[in-house]
Write a protein that binds this ligand. Structure first.
Ligand code: ADP
Ligand code: MG
Length: 476
């Protein structure tokens, strides 16, 4: 088995165990450089990929390799920017490899300088195919470009299942959740998937405000029959942001009839909304019960890991590639939604270009400072203590007491560390806050936490997720 064959087999297995978007994000343009003495060296295109592969996916990679080469004990990664730079003897990094027999779907987002081998005519990418076909769908919103994480797993799975079983599985499907969390992306991904799978199907994506306006136009120009007929021909109806129909009786009435007609002949209908059907005010009961009659799935805020993955994916087609520290800073500080996350990334990239400054953490902090400070000011030492105490299942009041029991002293030290590093309060003030301790206690706590984080990767992640939680604390 050559290195290339081995890696192909490994990728085939890993692809089955992790989500596609994560797979594409982290394993694109990777390859085996060498394999011998029980060690495998994998080439990766960036330091982010190296970090992720080494920290998150190491055991997947190792156990997949061991199934083919049981002498291998260790896997490490080296950054190799492009296939073109690779020494002639090393295998060409593999683009995305799919299991045998599966249709080839090339990587969704290919930066211009992507390391596709020169001269090889690559098949048109889905995005290109999608762009050729005129629908009201944004060709960038596909399942491939959607990162799956805790908050959106169910919604993504439901949307994907629907795209593969139109009108059969979940009908209607109702996706809801806060702004900027990927509802429109998922809704259009269904449409784009259907365009690729079954080009003959008629897809209609429409925002509910537009639906209302078209209806008003149709009434005014007396073209209601044509309006209705157009909808009756649809195989897949995707209606975005139905909460805007609230209070619009006539529109709701028309939608109700269109819904019934399509539903009876098993046509797929998918809705999105910023809240569940029960909470949409002034919506006709019969329409609400239609919404409730199918499958519902929510999208919620992504966690740190997902945010970082999304940033990496979104950065792939940018002119400037930010450093890992900067990406981490953005992911840790912009926690509200993905649109803002993208906005922050774009802002830093644009500033780098505009000022002709190479990316760095310092520069990113400078650009995003004003936005980040705003969130920071709303977090107080109480917020931190409450978040940490809740996480470790202790009463926050205990942290202020004299006790040195480990169950209490540990969360207390973590709280001190977070207050010091995030809120930048003086050591003595922190000591006072925790029941009148002095500044050396705080100093000791901070250095202890730091040392432990260096030694223990799991603990480091724990602290990072606590940091994230305290900024999201609803009571802050
Ligand atoms: P919503 O409709 O819920 O307000 P959108 O679907 O418009 O949110 O998403 C906002 C932006 O965030 C879009 O650019 C979208 O591509 C991006 N986005 C949201 N969720 C994800 C995800 N899981 N992976 C990649 N991009 C995402
Ligand atoms: Mg939307």
């Amino acid at each position: 088995m050559t290195n290339e064959e081995l890696w192909k087999a490994v990728l085939g297995e890993i692809e089955l165990s992790i989500s596609k978007a994560n797979f594409v994000t982290w394993f694109r343009n990777t390859g085996i450089i060498s394999c011998g003495d029980g060690k495998v060296v994998v080439s990766v295109p960036s330091i982010f990929a190296r970090e992720w592969l080494e920290n998150k996916y190491n055991h997947y990679i190792l156990s997949a390799i061991q199934r083919h080469r049981n002498d291998v004990r260790e896997v490490s990664c080296v950054v190799e920017s492009a296939a073109a730079n690779a020494p002639a003897s090393s295998p060409r990094p593999i683009d995305v490899v799919r299991p045998a027999g599966a249709p080839t779907v090339p990587a969704p987002i290919q930066p211009e300088r992507a390391s596709l081998p020169q001269g090889s005519a690559s098949p048109p990418r889905p995005a290109a195919l999608l762009a050729q076909r005129s629908t009201s769908l944004n060709p960038r919103y596909t399942f491939e470009s959607f990162i799956v994480g805790e908050g959106n797993e169910l919604a993504r799975a439901a949307c994907y299942a629907v795209s593969q079983n139109l009108g059969e599985l979940y009908n209607p499907l109702f996706i809801y959740g806060g702004v900027g969390l990927g509802k429109t992306h998922l809704l259009q991904a269904i449409g784009n998937e259907v365009v690729l799978r079954s080009p003959e199907k008629v897809i209609k994506y429409i925002h509910s405000e537009r639906f209302t306006n078209e209806l008003i136009e149709a009434i005014r120009h007396q073209t209601m029959n044509a309006f209705k007929e157009a909808y009756q021909k649809v195989d897949v109806l995707l209606i975005d942001d139905v909460q805007f129909l609230s209070g619009r009786e006539k529109t709701q009435n028309e939608l109700f009839h269109i819904f019934n007609t399509l539903y009876q002949i098993n046509k797929q209908i998918v809705f999105t909304s910023d809240r569940p059907p029960q909470s949409i005010p002034t919506i006709e009961d019969r329409l609400r019960s239609r919404f409730l009659g199918g499958m519902m799935a929510d999208v919620s805020r992504p966690n740190l890991e997902t945010r970082l993955a999304i940033l990496s994916l979104k950065m792939a087609d940018k002119a400037v590639q930010l450093d890992l520290e900067s990406l981490r800073f953005i992911a840790e500080n912009i926690t509200t939604n993905i649109r803002e996350l993208e906005g922050a990334l774009n802002r830093v990239v644009a500033s780098c270009e505009f000022h002709r400054t190479p990316p760095s953490l310092a520069f990113t902090k400078k650009v995003l400072g004003p936005i980040v400070v705003e969130t920071r000011q709303t977090v107080t030492p109480e917020t931190v203590a409450r978040t940490v105490a809740e996480f470790y299942h202790v009463d926050p009041a205990e942290l202020m007491k004299k006790t040195r029991k480990k169950e209490i002293s540990h969360p207390r030290q973590v709280s001190m560390y977070l207050i010091r590093t995030e809120l930048k309060l003086p050591l003595s003030a922190i000591g006072r806050f925790f029941g009148g301790r002095d500044h050396t206690t705080t100093m000791h706590a901070c250095s202890k936490v730091e040392k432990e984080m260096e030694k223990d990767e799991r603990f480091k992640e724990e602290v990072s997720s606590l940091k994230e939680k305290m900024y999201q604390d609803p009571e802050k």
